[in-house]
Write a protein that binds this ligand. Structure first.
Ligand code: DAT
Ligand code: MG
Length: 138
């Protein structure tokens, strides 16, 4: 099987809280390869492309505002089954109930905001990964 790639973002809350290193340590300990990594300050158009599937949902505007609130770290990550593997490391979307041992479960919680600040993004399918990597790395 060809080695797979995924897009990981350490979102503004992760960067602001100084958790980038801790998150990268988990990714590296799992054995995935960092192919490319950079600090990014996306504009609204880039984020609208990235989150196009969520346009119109109640959390869409708060999500874009949150993602515009500070820099993120974008990572091109490689390894066999890395898409599902990173989603497993990240934990489920809601950090309050994400399993302990996951990034979201260990470092995240409900801050009483309209958007879930859950520290990381990971592509959810090969199609999403290809689309998202083109947005952030081309
Ligand atoms: P994931 O990031 O786990 O793939 P998603 O793609 O469904 O989740 O949603 C994108 C982001 O939007 C998510 O990381 C946090 C926010 N979000 C999703 N559902 C939400 C909700 N019901 N309330 C508030 N924020 C939400
Ligand atoms: Mg998603």
């Amino acid at each position: 099987m060809a080695t797979e790639e995924t897009l990981v973002l350490v979102k503004p809350d992760g960067v602001a809280r100084g958790l980038t290193g801790a998150i990268l340590a988990r990714i590296e300990a799992k054995g995935y390869a960092l192919v490319d990594i950079r600090l990014v300050e996306p504009d609204r158009e880039t984020l609208a492309q990235h989150y196009a599937e969520h346009e119109g949902k109640p959390f869409y505007e708060p999500l874009l505002e949150f993602m515009l609130s500070g820099p993120s770290v974008a990572i091109r990550l490689a390894g066999n089954r890395v898409i599902e593997g990173f989603r497993s490391l990240a934990g489920t979307t809601d950090p309050t109930t994400a399993a302990p041992g996951t990034i979201r479960g260990d470092f995240g919680r409900d801050w009483g905001l309209k958007v879930q600040q859950n520290l990381v993004h990971g592509s959810d399918s090969p199609e999403s990964a290809a689309r998202e990597l083109a947005i952030w790395f081309d």
